[in-house]
Design a protein around this ligand. Structure first.
Ligand SMILES: [Zn+2]
Length: 254
């Protein structure tokens, strides 16, 4: 028996879920985000970037939006030229903050999936912004999740590797003290690039955004098969070679 509204769980519409296209594993399938002339419910557009309502609103009691990042189906956030990267992060943050400030939702989540182990279904580079009617997305988020060994700090933006990750084993944090977002965008891009090119043959990551007081924070998590200790007991694990990873990242990007 389902009881709505609920402030601890989101309800997934299974009937709609099975209609949803998938091409992240099945790469031969057609891409709905390439066929821009067929897109409906467009909310905003800037250059190649398009913000629209999700055609498959699988989560009950939510307002789901999709942000198509580029017209190039095979591109990736880690590959964007700086100008496009800055425009994308600015465009995404401004619409996420607009929904947050509207006070129409209990909370608003802003995130991105990339790769077969990320939980995403469509390969074409995109992000999601979802207003949640009843659930507080920060309910289980703690400040300590964003603390870590510093990799770099510039323009009041810190890039670190989590010492108390939410899930483990490795989580990159980008903490912008006053919301400055160009340096934030660069550290996010470097995290994604490192994960996809220099990190245990990893092909998948998630990117999540958080607002904590005046701070804007991004968390980038390389994705592998999820640890059973986390699945069964919510026990996060921390790798014991964090210092080595920090040094390797500094050598490549700083
Ligand atoms: Zn596409």
């Amino acid at each position: 028996m389902i009881t709505l509204p609920c402030n601890t769980h989101l309800y997934f519409n299974t009937n709609m879920g099975i209609q949803k296209p998938e091409n992240i594993i099945n790469r031969g399938a057609s891409c709905p985000f390439c066929e821009t002339e067929k897109l409906k419910d467009i909310i905003a557009q800037k250059g190649e970037m398009i913000l629209l309502k999700n055609k498959y609103p699988v989560l009950a009691e939510t307002y789901p939006l999709v942000l198509i990042e580029t017209e190039d189906c095979d591109s990736e956030l880690s590959l964007y030229r700086k100008e496009h990267l800055f425009q994308l992060i600015e465009f995404g943050l401004s619409h996420w903050l607009r929904l947050l400030d509207s006070n129409e939702f209990r909370s608003v989540i802003f995130f991105k999936n990339h790769g077969p182990k990320s939980g995403g279904t469509i390969r074409h580079p995109h992000m999601q912004i979802i207003g949640l009617n009843h659930l507080d997305s920060n309910r289980l988020v703690e400040p300590v999740h964003f603390e870590g060994i510093p990799i770099a700090k510039c323009d009041q933006v810190e890039w670190n590797l989590s010492t108390s990750p939410r899930m483990g084993f490795y989580e990159f944090n980008v903490v912008s003290e006053h919301g400055e977002n160009k340096q934030m965008a660069e550290f996010i891009q470097n995290s994604c690039h490192y994960i996809l090119n220099h990190f245990y043959s990893c092909d998948s990551y998630n990117l999540f955004f958080y607002q904590v007081g005046p701070k804007l924070i991004a968390k980038i998590i390389p994705r592998f098969v999820t640890s059973p200790l986390f699945v069964g007991y919510s026990i996060p694990q921390v790798a014991m070679n964090l210092d080595d990873v920090v040094k390797a990242v500094q050598k490549l990007y700083i």
